[in-house]
Design a protein around this ligand. Structure first.
Ligand SMILES: [Fe+2]
Length: 198
């Protein structure tokens, strides 16, 4: 782990097809988990291009044949390249598990969030528990992050469980409904108020 990163492995309990989301420096642990559970890795999904979310891509790909997925805008900056580019509202199945992609710019120009089986929301560095991702790094945009939160994140159903890209909050995950009530970046009513938070 570096920077308290979270990496996620999505798999179908019936067919054992799997996808790994945001492998950083933990690729050996990931490979071990896949092997121990007899999973069939199909995809490596990167929520955005930053190296703490992508540095494990090559090692995993060299061990297990799999395809890398990212958005077009961020994918062009990922070392080792991307095999499948996804856009807003694209869908993909991993066995019987459905993944829907949302384009959520702000932290990076092509950051994506993943809705898994209409139950979980993997947010990368777009949304943390109690906060949102930085907008002051190259390619980041305060305005785009505000629009992403207002137009995309806040319109998602309350029951989804947010699984962020870093363990920066007071708990590792939470419902989006609870985050709408407690996360200061979701409570900001306008861009001026929002800009004072970051
Ligand atoms: Fe990041």
């Amino acid at each position: 782990m570096d920077f308290d990163n979270f990496c996620y492995i999505i798999y179908c309990p019936k067919n054992l097809n799997a996808a790994v989301v945001d492998p950083g420096n933990d690729s050996l642990k990931i490979l071990e988990f896949i092997k121990t559970n007899n999973l069939k890795l199909e995809y490596i999904i990167n929520t955005h291009y930053h190296s703490d979310h992508t540095s494990g891509n090559q090692r995993i790909k060299n061990s297990l044949s799999s395809r890398v997925i990212a958005s077009k805008l961020d994918g062009n900056k990922i070392n080792g390249g991307v095999d499948i580019f996804v856009g807003d509202n694209d869908q993909l199945n991993v066995g019987e598990v459905s993944i829907k992609f949302l384009l959520t710019p702000g932290h990076t120009p092509g950051g994506i969030c993943l809705i898994i089986n209409n139950e979980a929301l993997i947010t990368g560095d777009t949304l943390f528990i109690g906060d949102c991702g930085r907008t002051d790094l190259p390619g980041g945009s305060l305005k785009e992050m505000f629009r992403t939160i207002q137009d995309k994140i806040k319109n998602l159903p309350d029951h989804l469980i947010v699984y962020p890209g870093h363990d920066y909050g007071d708990k590792p995950f939470d419902t989006i409904g609870n985050q709408k009530l407690t996360n200061k970046t979701l409570l900001a009513k306008n861009l001026r108020d929002f800009s004072k938070l970051t």
